[in-house]
Write a protein that binds this ligand. Structure first.
Ligand code: 16G
Length: 257
């Protein structure tokens, strides 16, 4: 089998699997770039040939390629074809020292943020939530569970809890939690974040279009507003194959620990 045959086998979407063909193809292309099957600077075969080799329509190929162009993994120039542009690292470098929202982050990268709602509830705080949000046990809060997409690629699964006296009706959050908090003058201006490497369980894998056991980054964020009030306690699962988290480190000249 030639390298090209192996690549085509790797990329070929399966109509029997859930999800549209172009999303499957976009994911397979992303994976091929991350795994080095497609190298930085390499040109893809013309769209027409790729469609024929994969047994899919040209529209499917075009939409998949557009998704990767939006993610910054491919570049397309008139007449020059489609080129891999992986750079040194993964697809998305997320700066850990910037406190922004998913919507702001993806928009700044020229991608289309979108969420699929799993649940929006007004509930009693669990002991863990009460502690993180400094609420009395059993106080009311609003809890939002969403899958976060960027240009139709699932990026993260997030469960966010907000004190019930800040956001009183679950419908107040539409596309962006931070926008809703901003309307209440309660946008986080500081956050404490912990990150843990985990293997995706079946549910997380289903939400993120991954295989169970693949690496995800589990992130807990406790966000505080300008009055130092905890306004957000969010548990996020970010795809380990797409995100690189970057932090600038400085020598501790104060001599602290
Ligand atoms: C990010 C935050 C999350 C926050 C969300 C708000 C991380 C690890 N997590 O995903 O804590 O709730 O953005 O996004 O960055 P939104 O305003 O678009 O709903």
């Amino acid at each position: 089998m030639t390298d090209t045959d192996a690549l085509i086998d790797f990329l070929r979407p399966d109509p029997g699997r859930p999800g549209s063909l172009y999303v499957q193809l976009a994911r397979a292309l992303t994976q091929a770039i991350h795994e080095g099957l497609l190298e930085d600077g390499e040109y893809l075969m013309p769209q027409r040939d790729l469609a024929t080799a994969l047994g899919v329509s040209r529209v499917t190929v075009r939409k998949a390629l557009e998704t990767l162009v939006e993610q910054g993994l491919l570049t397309q120039r008139q007449g020059a074809g489609t080129q891999v542009q992986r750079g040194e690292h993964g697809a998305i470098h997320k700066n850990l020292s910037v406190l922004n929202s998913f919507t702001e982050d993806m928009t700044a990268r020229g991608m289309q943020p979108r969420s699929e709602w799993l649940r929006r509830d007004r509930v009693q705080a669990s002991p863990r939530e009460a502690m993180a949000l400094n609420l009395s046990p059993g106080a009311q809060l609003t809890r939002y569970a969403r899958i976060r997409f960027a240009s139709d690629v699932p990026m993260a699964y997030e469960v966010a809890s907000v004190p019930g006296d800040i956001i009183q009706s679950v419908d107040e959050v539409d596309s962006s939690l931070y926008e809703a908090l901003q309307r209440h003058q309660a946008r986080p201006v500081r956050a404490l974040q912990t990150m843990t490497a985990r293997n995706a369980d079946q549910q997380v894998a289903d939400y993120l279009g991954m295989t169970p056991g693949e690496a995800v980054l589990y992130i807990e964020r406790q966000g505080f507003d300008q009055d130092n009030r905890p306004v957000e306690y969010t548990r996020s699962y970010y795809r380990g194959d797409i995100y690189d988290f970057v932090a600038e480190l400085k020598l501790d000249t104060a001599g602290g620990h």
